[in-house]
Design a protein around this ligand. Structure first.
Ligand code: NDP
Length: 223
């Protein structure tokens, strides 16, 4: 195998995650893509490796994280699906634990976190508070470079039924022509790959932690 970047993806079966894996797989700068997953995804190929883990016992699966030079977290659930505690467990604790393992192993030079527009650790809303908390935890971990993406409402054809999201998408697809409140999942995935390969945006340079809002993501991710 040629010398290329080894990437690791958390949440590779999700709406952003699966497009990210596709982008990484077609980009020859990446020679290996490790998917950390709780279930078999049948995506394995000569460049993609699935590594099955129990997210509740990640310490027992440190070996699965070996070799990752860049890592992407597209992990997440909803309060409706997992309940408030389950949501925090996935969207904060699982991600923080994975990032800590990567930090301890020491070969990850760039960690990418999909957070959300409005993330704020002292928010009264559980969703935004949890996103703010995971941003802070990852930012303080001492990884060499961290990119935090704060997309607005994701536009995608989700298989899972989320009536409120579907309703917002219909409205936003019609009216949000400047992409202030919405963004295509493809654009987010492309931006994450571009940002890995490009220098930091000039206004973000000089800091190990960069926050990319919806407009930054659009700038990077639109062809
Ligand atoms: P999806 O819900 O489509 O995918 C989530 C991923 O997380 C899947 O790979 C899923 O695996 C994994 N996952 C969920 N629960 C668990 C669990 N208990 N244990 C292990 N893995 C789990 O995510 P999206 O692509 O829609 O979103 C990505 C991120 O973007 C999320 O953090 C989300 O909060 C954030 N975001 C979403 C917005 C939106 O409009 N929807 C807006 C802004 C940010 P599996 O396939 O096995 O379930």
């Amino acid at each position: 195998m040629s010398d290329g970047i080894t990437a690791l993806v958390l949440g590779g079966s999700g709406e952003i995650g699966k497009l990210l894996v596709k982008e990484l797989n077609r980009n020859l700068n990446f020679s290996r893509i490790i998917l950390i997953t709780r279930r078999n995804l049948n995506m394995s190929s000569n460049r993609i490796e699935e590594r099955l883990v129990d997210f509740e016992k990640l310490d027992e699966y440190k070996e699965a994280f070996q070799g990752a030079e860049v890592a992407y977290s597209c992990l997440g659930t909803t309060r409706a699906k997992a309940g408030p505690q389950g949501f925090v467990r996935v969207d904060r604790d699982y991600i923080a634990h994975a990032a800590q393992i990567l930090k301890d192993i020491g070969c990850c030079r760039h960690f990418h976190l999909v957070s959300s527009q409005g993330a704020k650790k002292d928010s009264n809303f559980l969703y935004l508070k949890t996103k703010g908390e995971i941003e802070e935890l990852v930012s303080n971990m001492g990884l060499p470079r961290i990119s935090i993406y704060r997309p607005s409402v994701l536009l995608c054809d989700r298989e899972e039924t989320r009536p409120l999201e579907k309703f917002s998408q219909v409205i936003l697809r019609g009216f949000d022509w400047r992409n202030k409140w919405s963004i295509e999942t493809e654009t987010v995935a492309r931006a994450m790959v571009c940002n890995t390969l490009e220098e930091q945006l000039p206004e973000k340079a000089g800091s190990s932690v960069e926050i990319l809002d919806n407009m930054d993501i659009l700038r990077l991710g639109i062809d």
